[in-house]
Design a protein around this ligand. Structure first.
Ligand code: PLP
Length: 402
């Protein structure tokens, strides 16, 4: 009998009990707004910002309503205006080009490599066309950050890092989010810490954080920030910067603070699971694993594999075979966006030219989430199922396609 997987790919862990207690306390107080604090009280949002900044060794941190809001705020804080071009990854998810569109700017897409990172050659070719790169560490894959920063520094390009999939990850001992001018994070349910919705923006630039704080809607209460700049930084910014409300509230911050304390252990738990799936898929004919460079300390909250140069039908057969056995694979090769797997040419509000090298990779790219509710045995079973289904389709393919 064929093995079957019964688990859910969208079931996250419960919120930890200490976080629930903290949330209940906030609700009992009635003070949910970040600036609504009792005399002498600091509040969970300001504390959370201080703790996240300390973890990353950043001068400043702002908590906001979502990861997408953090990205758009980062663009505004760097002075991106309507009509400006912003370099970004062709392989990413909709909130990234969406945040560029939100400020009226125009995404200029940069290709993806077989390592699933931004194509640095393509970036260098397009580097004279924009002043800002929104770099998405899509699905947790981090490019050679030293080489990327060299290209960007030489061309006076400011870098915003989209760390929605790399909270807790590093390149050569530097946290993801700390190479560029601004790092943006999401605390949405499917990311590495969970408050339903939420996000962070971190930077060492006092003017950038001052603008971001006013943008988020600080109602002149910026002195209540523990991870904000000196009050003198606000003098001019204050009158020049619109309020585009997107604050985080105490309820969300209260459940994030305990989760932040266990982030490292959670990342380790993801990596144990990732490596079991990866090991189980090793040397599957026709299937290529993504090589992880030694400089990259990744967080394996999802795994990607390539069925490079397979026909669309063969890829569809693998996905259908796995789905029948309870294993949900997402595919970036579909012409129509399905679930979250949209691609650069499905965002028709953003004009793009054909990118054949990237298209070849996306056409064979399968993606699978690894929630921490999966046991180690679940991960081994999932790998066996994928391996068998890939094998079955591969063996039936004409030899020339192999
Ligand atoms: C989730 C996500 C974001 C932002 O997420 P929000 O849902 O707005 O919090 C940004 N980039 C990528 C790649 C994401 O997956």
């Amino acid at each position: 009998m064929k093995e079957q997987f019964e688990g859910s790919f969208t079931q996250q862990e419960a919120i930890p009990e200490d976080a629930i207690d903290a949330a209940v306390e906030v609700m009992r107080s009635g003070r949910l707004h970040r600036y609504n604090v009792a005399d002498g009280q600091v509040g969970d949002v300001a504390r959370l910002e201080q703790e996240f900044a300390a973890l990353l060794g950043a001068n400043y941190c702002l908590s906001v309503a979502s990861g997408g809001y953090a990205l758009a705020t980062a663009l505004r804080a760097l002075g991106v205006e309507p009509g400006h071009k912003v370099l970004t990854n062709a392989f990413t998810l909709a909130p990234v080009p969406g945040s560029i569109a939100a400020v009226g700017a125009v995404p200029l897409f940069v290709g993806v490599t077989e390592g699933l990172v931004i194509d640095l050659e393509d970036l260098a070719e397009k580097a004279d066309q924009a002043d800002v790169l929104m770099l998405s560490h899509m699905r947790g894959h981090i490019c050679d950050m030293d080489a990327l920063m060299q290209i960007c520094d030489q061309n006076d390009i400011k870098v915003i890092e989209d760390c929605a999939h790399t909270m807790g990850a590093k390149w050569r001992n530097t946290w993801s989010g700390r190479y560029g001018a601004i790092g943006c994070y999401s605390t949405q349910t499917y990311k590495h810490i969970n408050s339903g919705e939420g996000g962070f923006l971190v930077t060492d630039d006092a003017q950038v954080i001052a603008r971001a704080i006013v943008l988020s809607g600080s109602y002149m209460l910026h002195d209540r920030h523990l991870a904000g700049p000196d009050p003198s930084e606000f003098k001019k910014i204050f009158y020049e910067t619109p309020n585009i409300s997107g604050r985080m509230d105490h309820l969300r911050a209260s459940i994030l603070r305990p989760q932040l304390r266990s982030l490292n252990a959670q990342c380790e738990a993801w990596n144990v699971r990732y490596r079991i799936v990866e090991d189980g898929l090793q040397d599957t004919p026709g299937l290529r694993l993504i090589e992880r460079p030694p400089e990259e300390a990744y967080v394996g909250s999802s795994i990607q594999v390539l069925l490079l140069d397979w026909s669309q039908q063969a890829v569809r057969d693998v996905i259908a075979g796995c789905a029948e056995r309870g294993v949900e694979l997402k595919w970036f090769g579909s012409k129509e966006p399905v679930g979250f797997t949209s691609r650069y040419d499905s965002w028709i509000y953003a004009p793009s030219s054909a990118m054949p090298k990237s298209d070849r990779i996306l056409a064979g790219l399968l993606d699978m989430r690894i929630p921490l509710t999966f046991s180690l045995e679940d991960c081994a079973l999932i790998a066996r199922i994928i391996r068998m289904e890939v094998n079955g389709v591969y063996q039936s393919m004409p030899a020339v396609a192999q």
